[in-house]
Design a protein around this ligand. Structure first.
Ligand code: NAD
Length: 255
C-alpha cells in the first residue's frame, strides 16, 4: 500500500495540536508506532488517546524543543520505547510578537521565537541524524517551514526569518546527507486552520478573512491536508525526493 508505515517508528514534535496532532494521528493510522511530543502535556496526551482509541500505538514524551538536553532525551526515549527512529517530523512552532514591525520588535520575543522555530529544528535534526545514521536504514526528516519561509510579509520579522532559516537548514542538511539513507525535506504551509492561525487573526484583525483573497483556492487549509503531504515526504514512495521545500498552500506561493 502507498504510504504503508507498518514496522516504522515516527516521532512528531508539536503533536499536541494543529498540524502535528493531525500528522501523528495519520502516521499511526498508516501503521507507524508514534512518539507524540509536545511541551503541552494535555494536548499531547489527548493525541495519544485518540491514536490508542483508534487501535494504534503511541506514547507521549514531554519535550521543550528549545532545550538541548530535552531534545537529546526525546530521541533517547524514542529508541528506548520502540527500538529505532525512522521518520521525524520537526513541527513545533510559535508566532509570538507577530503584528509588530522590526523597529518595535522586542529582543526577548526575537530570541524566544528563534529558539523554538529555528534553533530547535537544528537541535532536533542533529540528534535525529546521529541516531538515523547509526541505524543505516531508510529514514526521513521533515521540518515545518511556511510560505513565510519563501516570500516575506510585514510585521513578522522574527517569524519570517525563522521560516526562511528553516528552509535553508533543511536544504543544507539534505545536501550533506544526500548520499546516505536519510532524506530531508520541509513543508511550507500557507494559512491552516489551527490555534496558531487564530492567534494571527487576534494580532492582525481581519487576517483570517483576508485569507479568502490571498489564497487562490479562497480558503485556509485543514491540518489533515498538510499531514498527507508530510506522510508522502516521509514515505518510501518519495525515495528520490530530498532538499524539497514543498508548498501546501492552495496556490498562494505562485502569486
Ligand atoms: P499549533 O499552535 O496548533 O501547534 C503548535 C504546537 O507546538 C502546540 O501544540 C505547542 O504546544 C507546540 N509547541 C510550542 N512551543 C513548543 C516547544 N518549545 N517545545 C515543544 N512544543 C512546542 O500550531 P500549528 O499551526 O499546527 O503549527 C505547527 C507548525 O506549523 C509551526 O511550526 C508553525 O509555525 C507552522 N505553520 C503554521 C501555519 C498556520 O497557518 N497554522 C502556516 C505555516 C506554518
Amino acid at each position: 500500500m502507498a504510504g504503508d508505515f507498518s514496522g516504522k517508528v515516527a516521532m512528531v514534535t508539536g503533536a499536541g495540536s494543529g498540524m502535528g496532532k493531525a500528522t501523528a494521528i495519520l502516521f499511526a493510522k498508516r501503521g507507524a508506532k508514534v512518539v507524540v511530543s509536545d511541551i503541552d502535556v494535555k494536548g499531547g496526551e489527548d493525541t495519544v488517546k485518540q491514536i490508542k482509541d483508534a487501535g494504534g500505538e503511541a506514547s507521549f514524551v514531554k519535550c521543550d524543543v528549545a532545550k538541548k538536553e530535552e531534545v537529546q532525551a526525546l530521541i533517547k526515549k524514542t529508541v528506548e520505547l520502540y527500538g529505532k527512529l525512522d521518520c521525524a517530523y520537526n513541527n513545533a512552532g510559535i508566532n509570538s510578537g507577530i503584528g509588530t514591525p522590526t523597529a518595535d520588535y522586542k529582543e526577548e520575543d526575537w530570541d524566544a521565537l528563534q529558539a523554538v522555530n529555528l534553533k530547535a529544528v537544528f537541535l532536533c535534526m542533529k540528534y535525529e541524524l546521529q541516531q538515523m545514521l547509526k541505524q543505516g536504514n531508510k529514514c526521513s526528516i521533515v521540518n515545518t517551514s511556511s510560505v513565510s519561509g519563501l516570500s516575506s510579509h510585514p510585521v513578522a520579522p522574527a517569524y519570517v526569518s525563522s521560516k526562511f532559516g528553516c528552509v535553508g537548514l533543511t536544504k543544507t542538511a539534505a545536501l550533506e546527507y544526500a548520499k546516505t539513507n536519510v532524506r530531508i525535506n520541509c513543508v511550507c504551509p500557507g494559512p491552516v486552520y489551527t490555534a496558531l492561525f487564530y492567534k494571527v487573526d487576534e494580532a492582525i484583525p481581519g487576517a483570517a478573512e483576508a485569507v479568502k483573497s490571498i489564497v487562490p483556492m479562497g480558503r485556509a487549509g485543514q491540518p489533515e491536508e498538510v499531514a498527507e503531504c508530510v506522510l508522502f515526504l516521509s514515505s518510501d514512495e518519495a525515495s528520490f525526493v530530498t532538499a524539497l521545500a514543498m508548498t501546501v498552500d492552495g496556490g498562494m506561493a505562485a502569486m
